[in-house]
Ligand binder design. Structure first.
Ligand code: FES
Length: 340
């Protein structure tokens, strides 16, 4: 039976056996290692990693789930070993859970437009005999939501704060042809029951760092950033913090009341709203969120901690700027927005 050795970004080595009919994600779970994964069908890209030793076969997958097919990039949910494998993981050991995550029923409580092409969705947990009702999570984490009547799951970051009422708030971009998007646009209604699994993810603020922070959200990647800023506002945080919220078009920026409230609650908060293709009346920053990040660094006296959430292209652009400015990778925490 082939042996799989996973090497995490922080250098931990974790080994387990993989059966002939198993993919790497399933074999890891059988060994008590729950790797980041969502769709298990080769479309979300969450299980992306690099094989650095050994041979394997890959089942079919959606091409855009794997951005670097020529560099030994693999989707571990489609990867079956032919020999022992050594696999580099792009995340630290702490991202590998050692137990399954709870799934609970939640009811749609509100649906409302959030800028053009996005929806603000509020769910309320049904009371659970073991888990109660509270929504317990860390700002920056996400939940997997199952489309009613299917086994199809999609991951969305939480935009609100943990609470006793079981309230879960999401900002979800409607993607043409996306399965969850189609559900939201055509069938979803108040009172629908969904299965919510989580919280998941390690996109979290480093509470031990005294460095300035730069929080970058692209499109619906603003959701976990909003949750983090609400948390900082709750604690009347005084650390210098800069928000960059980027969108392609002006009307894709979500309503500004949240940002106005945050500015009032956090006197040390700087804000850059960046629009790539603005109308003639736009007076804010023109360019991508990565361009705005480069400009922010020009005037930042100290290397900041960087938190970025958005689509893959934004993450790559921000990483390129950070690399050029010699920001150590360990100062950058990122989360990818899932397309749906
Ligand atoms: S879990 Fe492998 S691509 Fe989604």
């Amino acid at each position: 039976m082939p042996e799989i050795t996973l090497v995490t970004r922080d250098g931990a080595r974790l080994a387990f056996d993989c059966g002939a009919d198993e993919n790497v994600i399933a074999a890891a779970a059988n060994a008590g290692l729950f790797l980041p994964a969502m769709c298990h069908e080769g479309s979300c890209g969450l299980c992306h990693a690099h094989v650095v030793g050994g041979t394997y076969e890959m089942g079919s997958y959606a091409r855009d789930a794997l951005s670097d097919p020529n560099q030994n990039g693999v989707l571990l949910c489609r990867c079956r070993p032919h020999s022992d494998l050594v696999i580099d993981l792009p995340y630290p050991q702490v991202d590998i859970r050692r137990h399954e995550v709870a799934s609970r029923e939640a009811v749609i409580d509100a649906l409302a437009p959030a800028g053009t092409g996005a929806v603000a969705v509020t769910l309320i947990f049904k009371p659970d005999p073991e888990l109660g009702r509270a929504a317990d999570f860390v700002p920056g984490q996400y939940m997997e939501l199952t489309i009613p009547g299917t086994n199809i799951r999609r991951a969305y970051s939480l935009a609100n704060l943990p609470n006793w009422d079981g309230r879960l708030e999401f900002l979800i971009r409607l993607q043409k042809g996306g399965l969850f998007s189609s559900y939201l646009a055509e069938r979803a209604k108040i009172g629908d029951t969904l299965i919510a699994r989580g919280p998941l993810g390690n996109f979290m603020l480093d509470a031990t760092s005294a460095r300035p922070r730069c929080l970058i959200g692209g499109g619906c990647g603003f959701a976990p950033i909003l949750s983090m800023l609400r948390h900082l506002a709750d604690f009347q945080d005084t650390q210098p913090t800069h928000l960059i919220f980027g969108a392609n078009l002006e009307d894709e920026l979500f309503p500004s009341e949240d940002i106005d409230r945050l500015r009032t609650a956090l006197p040390h908060l700087g804000v850059t709203l960046s629009v790539w293709h603005p109308g003639a009346s736009w007076t804010g920053f023109i360019g991508t969120a990565a361009d705005a990040f480069a400009k922010y660094l020009d005037n930042c006296p100290e290397t900041p901690d960087v938190y970025v959430c958005g689509p893959p292209r934004l993450l790559e652009a921000v990483m390129a700027v950070a690399h050029e400015r010699q920001i150590p990778p360990e100062r950058i925490v990122f989360e990818r927005v899932f397309q749906s």
